[in-house]
Write a protein that binds this ligand. Structure first.
Ligand code: ADP
Ligand code: MG
Ligand code: MG
Length: 892
């Protein structure tokens, strides 16, 4: 026989904290508090399994559910000493939903269930308080009508009108007679809307409420919430049926909510609010101003309403004891709900409290100091992604905002600045010290210098993995992508949304954490990296096995990465250096050259610039490995696109516009991602890679001489498919290396390795590892090539694929461990079989994604590399992956 109902209360329970899946979070918490001997009104929980049954059997109940509920209700009546539906000695119930994880706003609670016209008279007699009885009755009708009968809320209007007509301001000033009149009004309203009277039969009320809780699991709000939070539909919700306790019986009654520590700062202080003579959610409903629990809290918020510490000091000291008990037991900050009935405290809920990232750090570190949890547990408790909140400036939460448009939260942080519509404008205004927001329909590699100069980036098209989003995250620039309601008109240099026109030069604010675009400058606050951050990251570093490097090339980014704890550079994209204003000209001369001699002339101009770039990276990353990738993108990315730019380039290179246009046509590719790029450039234009190798070795020699410490570059060849390609290019690099070392008289220990970003390279890893000394998995391209899915075009349908469950996650955000992962697994295995000390890393966007990092640990990579701002996230995620051990089996 399946047990569908679990009892709790009176110092014991049939369930407990470990039965959260069956009893839901609320039910498990009520059972656990009962077991701890805390005062919990007795009741029972109908399991989530009953909910699953309900949905798999055409919305019908298990045949023995009624009987089990009746029995549980019987024992509840016995322990309270009152009868459900008995006018002489009535028991009232609350019916509350509660899934495994809290789903706020999914379904409301029904309180005071069991009241009708006869029972309310009984309640009056029993309590000796008619006002209280009718106050409870009107609450019940209103809640039941809204939650169970689905009637729109016109109840408040009716109540307000009654108060206006009778010159009454506060609910608390309404008399029993007033409430009586209002109850009649409420019932008429229900009868009108429903076409039949309000249900008087308590049993009908109870089953109506149970059915509504189960039904709410599939309401559109709940379905959407689950989709957004990755909650499976088959979990179901539990139903908690509990004896009512009353906070609305007079001045010695109250209801309240509290956190056992401050949820925004994490400070170890009791933080909560209460209301005298109130019930349910009055405290959070905003009808009356809630009062503070403690005098300290009251003073801090400059409230002049009395604290519970002053009004009900004994109750507060009992709450303090409960607080300590719960924290000691759960070993975490709790979010609690309670009610005081005639001076007696009743606990109604406890759960682990939601908190800001800052508070999470402080609480975890304090709990270790208090001896409640271990360092490992502390490290395990911080959500790695939440560290983002700490690293970027955020909007001042007290500021007033005017939202102009909504896009995707593509790169976190907030930024304000003048609107510009081109990368050039961004750069020139920024050069004059102006803060600018670059607004484009979409961005291209051409815009990188402008993106770098801007404080933030806003696009109207493209998704979370669009060029703008990826580059912005890499640069740590706030970015809102795909703000579709926004129309940009480059010709008039304006953008329009919701009938508001914003011209170039006007100030806007974007919030890359929420996706909001606002007019004007909204003040931001720079988060402090507190001592707790350093302490916890130190613990994480001691636990993790994998190293964490950064993808960075500009001195600013490299320095930032180092500051955030990067242990080297895993990917330095040399092409980003070519896009900067002082070099794009030389680069374009290289591309325009008709022959090798011409190309070498341009390259000779680039050599000293690259050398200094590399030297600067080596200086900042002294003592840590630096991986430099040779030129990767197709050459036409460096060519101008518009007629104006053609003319400008003609002027710069001394060629005619026609020749430039012609070159652009020649270099045009139908499918550039699979075209003339990566090592294919090095094979056809070896002088380019020669120059880059020379710049690397010369820079290493220079910094070695400067510092006396040896610099060990790792030179990385992109887009290898065959060992032959690699061998040809490695021979060039080795030769250049020998020449430079001889000339400079300095030994540079270096490695030459390859990216693994094509399926063929993964499959042939055993052969490639015979000469390649390290592999770095470029999982952006590898995902693209394993799926045959263009990263730049995927946004159009990835959403639909996710909705249909074809993709569980966007594979460009979270590594597809089944397919792409298997490819990596094969490459790791075959590569290491050939070369046991083969160095292995990952440098795709996934290197900063916690779920992907778990996979990297399981498959045995030596390091992950990610954008600078994600370095702390990766450090923490790598520690958590190490704690999880080999839990995830990488083999398919
Ligand atoms: P939520 O999940 O929205 O917090 P709850 O089921 O906790 O919903 O109910 C909301 C509020 O209703 C509680 O905080 C409490 O004030 C009140 N409540 C719930 N059960 C009871 C009860 N048995 N007696 C008195 N008040 C209750
Ligand atoms: Mg609620
Ligand atoms: Mg609650």
């Amino acid at each position: 026989m399946t047990k569908w109902a679990y009892r709790f209360g009176d110092g014991s329970a049939e369930g407990g904290a470990d039965m959260r899946n069956l009893l839901g979070g609320k039910g498990a918490g009520l059972a656990e508090m009962s077991n701890l001997g805390l005062p919990v009104p007795p009741g029972f929980t109908i399991t989530t399994e009953a909910c699953s049954y309900f949905y798999s059997h055409g919305k019908s109940y298990p045949s023995d559910l009624r009987e089990q509920v009746e029995r549980a209700l019987g024992s509840l009546e016995h322990s309270v000493g009152a009868q459900f539906g008995d006018p002489d000695n009535p028991l009232l119930l609350s019916v509350r939903s509660g899934a495994r994880v809290s789903m706020p706003g999914m379904m409301d609670t029904v309180l005071n269930l069991g009241l009708n016209d006869r029972v309310v008279e009984g309640l009056t007699r029993k309590s000796g308080d008619e006002r209280f009885a009718y106050d409870s009755y009107r609450r019940f009708i209103q809640m039941y009508a809204q939650v169970v009968l689905g009637i729109e809320n016109h109840f408040e209007e009716l109540l307000e009108n009654h108060k206006l007509d009778n010159g009454i301001l506060l609910d608390t000033d309404l008399s029993a007679e007033d409430w009586r009149t209002i109850v009649t009004g409420f019932k008429d309203l229900v009868a009108q809307e429903l076409g039949r009277p309000f249900p008087e039969d308590p049993q009908e009320q109870l089953w109506g409420a149970i059915g509504a809780v189960f039904g709410s699991w599939m309401n559109p709000r709940a379905v959407t919430y689950r989709r957004l939070h990755d909650i499976p539909a088959d979990w179901g919700t539990a139903v908690n049926v509990q004896a009512m306790v009353f906070g609305n019986m007079g001045p010695d009654c109250a209801t309240g909510v509290a956190f056992t520590r401050n949820p925004s700062t994490g400070t170890n202080e009791f933080y909560g609010e209460y209301l005298v003579n109130a019930q349910g959610e009055d405290v959070v409903a905003g009808i009356r101003t809630p009062q503070h629990l403690t005098i300290a809290g009251k003073e801090e918020s400059k409230s002049d309403l009395p604290a519970m510490e002053e009004v009900m000091p004994e109750v507060l000291s009992e709450l303090h004891r409960v607080r300590r008990r719960l924290e000691d037991h759960y070993r975490d900050m709790q979010d609690i709900e309670f009610t005081v009935q005639r001076g007696k405290l009743w606990m109604l809920q406890t759960r682990s409290g939601k908190r800001t990232a800052q508070a999470a750090l402080k609480i975890a570190v304090s709990l270790v100091a208090e001896g409640l949890i271990s360092r490992e547990e502390a490290v395990g408790r911080i959500e790695p992604a939440s560290l983002d909140q700490l690293l970027h400036p955020t909007l001042d939460p007290t500021a007033k905002t005017a939202v102009l448009a909504q896009g995707l939260p593509a790169s976190p942080g907030a930024a304000s600045g003048k609107v510009v519509f081109s990368a050039e404008e961004a750069e020139s205004l920024a050069a004059r010290g102006e803060a600018v927001i670059l607004v484009r329909n979409e961005t291209s590699p051409d815009d990188i210098h402008g993106m770098n100069a801007a404080k933030g980036i806003l696009t109207t098209r493209g998704g979370m993995t669009s060029h703008a989003a990826v580059v912005a995250r890499g640069m740590g620039r706030p970015c809102v992508a795909g703000a579709g309601d926004l129309r940009v008109d480059y010709a008039t240099r304006t953008m329009t949304a919701r009938n508001v026109v914003v011209a170039a030069g006007e100030v806007i604010t974007i919030d890359g954490s929420s996706g909001e675009v606002m007019t004007g400058a909204v003040p931001t606050i720079q988060p402090e990296l507190s001592g707790d951050f350093g302490t916890l990251m130190g613990w994480a570093d001691a636990i993790r096995g994998m190293r964490v490097r950064a993808n960075a090339e500009t001195p600013t980014d490299v320095r930032m990465a180092r500051g955030l704890g990067a242990e080297g550079i895993g990917l330095s994209r040399t092409e980003h250096m070519f896009f900067q204003a002082d070099r794009i000209g030389a680069m374009r001369r290289v591309i325009m050259a008709e022959d090798e001699t011409g190309r070498r002339l341009g390259l000779a101009e680039l050599l000293p610039i690259q050398r200094e770039d590399f030297a600067e990276i080596f200086r900042i990353m002294r003592g840590f490995p630096v991986t430099i990738r040779l030129l990767d993108p197709p050459l036409h990315e460096f060519l101008p696109k518009t007629e104006d730019e053609f003319a400008e380039m003609a002027r710069l290179t001394g060629r005619d516009t026609e020749a430039i246009r012609h070159r652009a046509v020649v270099l045009h590719e139908v499918n550039p991602m699979l075209g003339h790029r990566g090592c294919r450039l090095g094979i056809t234009y070896p002088e380019i890679y020669e120059m880059q190798a020379a710049a690397i070795f010369e820079a290493a020699a220079l910094v070695t001489r400067e510092t006396g410490a040896s610099v060990a570059p790792e030179i990385m060849v992109p887009l290898i498919a065959t060992r032959k390609e690699f061998d040809i290019l490695k021979a060039i690099i080795d030769r250049v290396g020998r020449e430079v070392m001889e000339r400079e008289g300095v030994t540079v220990p270096y490695l030459v390795g390859t990216m693994i970003e094509l399926p063929r390279a993964a499959l042939r890893a055993g052969q490639i590892a015979q000469t390649a000394e390290f592999f770095s998995f470029g999982t952006n391209d590898l995902t693209q090539t394993v799926f045959g899915l263009s990263r730049d075009d995927a946004a159009a349908f990835v959403g639909a694929y996710q909705r249909l469950g074809i993709f569980e996650h966007d594979p460009f955000v979270t590594l597809d461990t089944d397919g792409v992962g298997e490819m990596i697994h094969i490459a790791v295995e075959r590569g290491r079989r050939t070369r046991p000390d083969l160095k292995l890393g990952i440098c795709g966007e996934h290197g900063g994604d916690p779920a992907s990092i778990r996979f990297c640990q399981a498959v045995g990579l030596d390091y992950v590399s990610c954008s600078p701002y994600r370095v702390p996230i990766a450090r923490l995620a790598a520690a958590q992956a190490a704690l999880a051990g080999g839990e995830q089996d990488p083999t398919p």
